[in-house]
Write a protein that binds this ligand. Structure first.
Ligand code: HEM
Length: 367
């Protein structure tokens, strides 16, 4: 892990201070406490650093202190004492919703991605617009996000059990994990202890990678959030679940380039079938295509199809345009096990991008 800078910030409104570090453009809060306690903590750290005569060693001490003492860091047993039923309440809400609607898991997995990529994993994607503010939810890439009611149902159950304890951001992370498990994918221990944010702006959803992105745009978007090329390839495997509307892949099947109507990297008969469900002047709002041929099963089919020219987005196809990412696509296409291992690791990394400050009582409105 590469540490760039430390920041000691003070939130004057709430009399709370943060010790945070900036990592590749993303701010990660390490400690959150009262200004007095934080100043005392920092003084001790400074002394330790002086004794060892090295700022570098001081930095390592900070990380070690956070890591081993777990002060406001994410941890998988975060609610063991305060809300031991937290995980099962979320799982029940996801299971119940899935019984009525098989598209719920895909929606919940994508929700976590969209939450974490804007302002960190702080539940900002869940906030409703107000008279003065258009929220992320109403930004163009999020119009097709759905299943917010699943998060609301889980939150309602949790507020009845342990009021004001479980953050909406943690509910999103747990629901995404459950969505994967309940679709036949891998299980993992979700680190918890995220806080909910108080800001959500539709305009910021422009920062989400577009389905028309090329490999360098994707790489930049991921690296700005501390995520690697391997994370990019593993997390794109989320496209093993779900569906895309015609507008998301229109660029590949009509007017692709001046001399080619269709993206030549698309398998020919696959392109023909996409064109038949999505004609040039499509008027069916719900028309589109599944992201792979088993859209409710979490498997490695997405990578196999990608290698056959049967992916949906330009951003999927882009993974074959770079030797490093192409090798990873081949690896994950050949081994479901390798894919699952990499996916879990990358999900934990993505879902640890920090953000918020409070535990919201209603996931749709700030406290
Ligand atoms: C690499 C950059 C990515 C781009 C450009 C991208 C883009 C998109 C687009 C355009 C859609 C279809 C929206 C629609 O037409 O309704 C979609 C669907 C989806 N994406 Fe991604 N995505 C990316 C990464 C991810 C990641 C990291 C995950 C999760 C780990 C993910 C999970 C999903 C899922 C599950 C769906 C289906 C949603 C549903 O059926 O409701 N995507 N993505």
């Amino acid at each position: 892990m590469q540490i760039k800078t430390f920041h000691f910030m003070k939130n004057l409104n709430k009399n709370i201070s943060f010790l945070s570090y900036k990592y590749l453009g993303s701010s990660l809060i390490l400690l959150q406490s009262t200004p007095r306690k934080l100043r005392a903590f920092c003084a001790k750290l400074k002394m330790a650093a002086n004794n060892l005569c090295s700022l570098l060693v001081g930095t390592i001490l900070v990380i070690a202190a956070i890591h081993f003492n777990g002060i406001n860091a994410l941890s998988s047993n975060y609610y063991d004492q305060t809300c031991p039923m937290a995980e099962s309440a979320v799982t029940n809400a996801v299971k119940k919703a899935m019984l009525n609607d098989r598209t719920v898991p895909a929606a919940l997995l994508r929700m976590q991605f969209h939450d974490c990529f804007i302002r960190g994993c702080d539940g900002s994607v869940l906030l409703n617009s107000t008279t003065n503010n258009q929220a992320e939810k109403d930004g163009p890439p999020n119009i097709s996000l759905h299943a917010f009611y699943v998060i609301d149902n889980a939150k309602k159950a949790l507020e009845a059990m342990c009021p004001g304890t479980v953050s909406c951001a943690d509910i999103v992370a747990l629901a995404a994990r459950d969505a994967v498990v309940l679709s036949g994918g891998p299980n993992w221990a979700v680190p918890k202890g995220r806080k909910d944010g108080r800001v959500s702006k539709a305009s910021e959803t422009r920062q989400l990678p577009a389905p028309t992105s090329n490999i360098s745009q994707l790489q930049q978007s991921f690296s700005q959030r501390g995520l690697s090329m391997e994370d990019l390839v593993a997390l794109s495997g989320g496209h093993t679940l779900g569906f895309a509307h015609c507008s998301s892949f229109q660029n590949r099947i009509h007017n692709f380039a001046t001399t080619q109507d269709v993206d030549p990297s698309l398998h020919q008969s696959f392109a023909t079938s996409l064109r038949s469900v999505c004609p040039m002047h499509n008027t069916v709002r719900q028309a589109g295509a599944n992201l792979d041929s088993t859209p409710t099963i979490f498997d490695n089919r997405y990578y196999k199809l990608l290698l056959e020219g049967k992916s949906i987005f330009t951003s999927d196809q882009a993974l074959l345009t770079n030797p490093t990412t192409k090798t990873l696509v081949e690896k994950f296409g050949n081994s479901r096990d390798e894919f699952e291992k990499a996916f879990v690791e990358s999900m934990i990394k993505m879902s640890s991008i920090g953000g918020g400050q409070e535990v919201r009582l209603n996931c749709r409105v700030v406290n």
